[in-house]
Design a protein around this ligand. Structure first.
Ligand SMILES: Nc1ncnc2c1ncn2[C@@H]1O[C@H](COP(=O)(O)OP(=O)(O)OP(=O)(O)O)[C@@H](O)[C@H]1O
Ligand SMILES: Cc1ncc(CO)c(N)n1
Length: 273
């Protein structure tokens, strides 16, 4: 009999194009040797050109999925992606407490505060932003906003290292243990620098910027790679460093698909296995 792998749960939406959302999360968990589980929150109608619409899953079905896997199979780490509405966010927060997932609980919890697709289409109803701040961030081990989400959440426009630090400090006020301010959307001429902090430790994760437009699913892939490492027992700085190395390679090997933005790719992991 073989031993069971560690487990990770994604609470997120489906991308019909397969590049982002739960599809990106599950293949990232797989590529990192972790058994992936899902609480589906919404179904998007989406391709490389953008999101044409979405429909959310009934709240009791979302929370039912979380309880079903947590009480039977066990969750070593969890993450959120698209949550769609304040109603879903509030119910998810309450359910996570019940199954002991979150920063003051036994299970690490990563919040990727997905607000819009990279093509600018809303994936979160407007009133839900406040629920992310007040219900999810205080429960999070780590939050991973991109620069657009940072602006929506804090009002800070990040243009370089000074404002990136300012934004991280503002985000910590919402109560997560750690904050990762991703720099993927910074000046195209510069390296990709992400900033990680818990208010005491400050880590700059710097890497080359690859010249590609095919970065669909990059944020989801990075957050699930971090969640995979946390599920395997890594501490937050180690998990984020591993996530950064993983996403870098996935961006380097991304491919065109459709007439718009193609997906980042974890296929290289298969070749290495
Ligand atoms: N062109 C690139 N080359 C190398 N690394 C990149 C590139 N673009 C983004 N990254 C890295 O990918 C990770 C995700 O960052 P980004 O800020 O793009 O997230 P995001 O906007 O949430 O992603 P998404 O495109 O899924 O919305 C970060 O570590 C960032 O530094
Ligand atoms: C379902 C879904 N989740 C997240 C994102 C953000 O990448 C997306 N485009 N679609």
């Amino acid at each position: 009999m073989t031993s069971s792998p560690r487990t990770a749960l994604t609470i997120a939406g489906s991308d019909s194009g397969g590049g982002a959302g739960i599809q990106a999360d599950l293949r990232t968990f797989f590529a990192n040797g972790v058994h992936g589980m899902v609480a589906l929150t919404a179904v998007t109608v989406q391709n490389s050109l953008g999101v044409q619409g979405f429909s959310e899953i009934p709240v009791d079905v979302v929370t039912g999925q979380i309880k079903a896997v947590a009480t039977d199979m066990g969750v070593d780490a969890a993450k959120t992606g698209m949550l769609a509405t304040a109603e879903i966010i509030n119910a998810v927060a309450k359910t996570l407490d019940e199954v002991h997932i979150g920063r003051n609980r036994s299970t690490p919890f990563v919040v990727d505060p997905v607000a819009a697709s990279m093509t600018g289409h809303a994936l979160l109803r407007e009133e839900a932003l406040e629920a992310i701040r007040t219900e999810l961030f205080p429960r999070a081990t780590l939050i991973t906003p991109n620069l657009d989400e940072v602006r929506l959440l804090t009002g800070v426009s990040v243009t370089g290292p000074v404002t990136q630090r300012e934004a991280a400090e503002a985000l910590l006020e919402f109560g997560s243990a750690w904050v990762l301010v991703k720099g993927g959307h910074l000046d195209a001429a510069q390296d990709c620098v992400d900033l990680l902090t818990d208010g005491t430790t400050w880590v700059e994760l710097s890497g080359p910027r690859f010249d590609t437009r095919n970065t669909h699913g990059g944020g989801d892939t990075m957050a699930s790679a971090i969640t995979s490492s946390l599920a395997k027992g890594a501490d937050v700085p180690t998990a984020v460093a591993e996530g950064k190395r993983f996403i870098e390679r996935c961006v380097a090997e991304s491919y065109p698909l459709g007439a718009g933005v193609g997906p980042v790719s974890p296929f290289w992991r298969l070749a290495e296995a």
